[in-house]
Design a binder for this molecule. Structure first.
Ligand code: COI
Length: 358
């Protein structure tokens, strides 16, 4: 499909203070949009980032057929924009779409639209390597009807936002004992907007108690660890690295799978299994809980300072002593910035040249 390009006549780039980039607040100049109706995608276009006008009856607002993805772009030392495993986001978005009864979007269209958008707004990618351009693809149902049924029409959009790191410090986490993020047969393994809406109340409650995030547990016994906040979670116990297995309730994180591969490259086979919280507490008491960290696109590798389980604080060792989370953080960062060899072919360079006229 042809992607039409209409550049903004009034770039906002010069108004942005790149030293002050609160996560997700600032939007770059352009967005990629495509509409689905009559059983096909139409009118793929890059236009100025702007508000959209929708009917109050738009079905996504009522019944939640809405899904999203997240990825980032960084500059390599030559100033070329890089994307990290974007095909994984396209695939996962289509899995989310299938579960939410939404249309799939061809991978070529996702990647073409994404690369053109990044090429046009490449000056929005922060030069400071600690910062990045966060990319938000999403799709929502647009039928103008409050009948509860599968929508016939959808809009897909990608916009971007220059950002600072999502978390500024190691995390304090509250283990959930009352609320669940996900349950068997639900939508926990996909990136449905509703998963995040449902997590707001418990997260706010944890926040008011002084925690940054919630550690989600299984919905049967509140015994098996699933995820942390908006990320996957890893533990280092003795010489073993472990993460909850993908059981249908857990998001198949791109950073999660990349960490598993990077550890494998170092000869460490990550145990993917049901992790009983009591096993982790016992390891803490024995002094062999060496590390706990969260992995996600926005968060990257976020080390856990402590988590609270049944009124007990489980304290992790000082972050400087954490072998594997520090290794993963540095290695992933270097791969994403193109400063080490990309041995797995994870990096996509954005070399598109787009003329001023589009
Ligand atoms: C991401 O890591 O991209 C996420 O989806 C987490 C959050 C910003 C919602």
């Amino acid at each position: 499909m042809q992607i039409s390009i209409q550049r903004t006549a009034a770039s906002r780039l010069n108004t942005i203070d790149f030293n002050d980039l609160p996560f997700g607040k600032i939007k770059s100049d352009h967005m990629f949009v495509a509409d689905y109706y009559d059983g096909a995608w139409h009118d793929a276009r890059i236009i100025a980032f702007d508000s959209i006008s929708i009917s109050p009856a738009t079905s996504a607002l009522h019944y939640g057929q809405a899904i999203f993805e997240g990825l980032k772009s960084h500059l390599n030392p030559f100033g070329v924009p890089l994307l990290f495993r974007p095909e994984q986001n396209s695939r996962r978005m289509n899995l989310s779409a299938e579960r939410m009864c939404m249309p799939s979007l061809p991978e070529e269209l996702f990647l073409e639209g994404l690369k053109k958008l990044i090429a046009i707004d490449k000056h929005w990618i922060p030069k400071d390597p600690a910062k990045s351009l966060y990319i938000r693809p999403f799709m929502f149902a647009t039928d103008d009807s409050v009948g509860v049924r599968v929508s016939d029409s959808y809009t897909f959009i990608i916009f971007t936002s220059p950002v600072s790191p999502y978390y500024a410090q190691p995390l304090k986490i509250k283990v959930a004992d009352k609320y669940v993020r996900s349950f068997d047969g639900g939508v926990g393994s996909v990136k449905a907007a509703g998963n995040y809406g449902a997590s707001m109340f418990p997260t706010k409650e944890a926040y008011t108690e002084g925690y940054h995030q919630v550690m989600w547990m299984d919905g049967h016994e509140f015994k098996y660890i699933e995820e942390t906040g908006t990320t996957n979670v890893f533990f280092v116990v003795g010489d073993k690295v472990m993460t909850p297995a993908l059981d249908g309730n857990i998001l198949d994180g791109v950073t999660r799978k990349s960490c598993i591969q990077l550890l494998k490259d170092k000869g460490i086979e990550v145990e993917q299994k049901r992790i009983d919280i009591h096993e982790i507490v016992a390891a803490y008491k024995q002094g062999i809980l060496h590390d706990a960290f969260c992995t996600g696109t926005a968060a990257s590798i976020a080390q856990i300072e402590l988590f609270n389980y049944k009124e007990q604080d489980i304290l992790l060792p000082p972050v400087a002593t954490r072998r594997w989370s520090n290794y993963l953080n540095e290695t992933l960062d270097a791969i994403k910035h193109g400063t080490v060899a990309d041995t797995h072919g994870w990096i996509v360079e954005v070399n598109e040249q787009i003329s001023v006229a589009g």
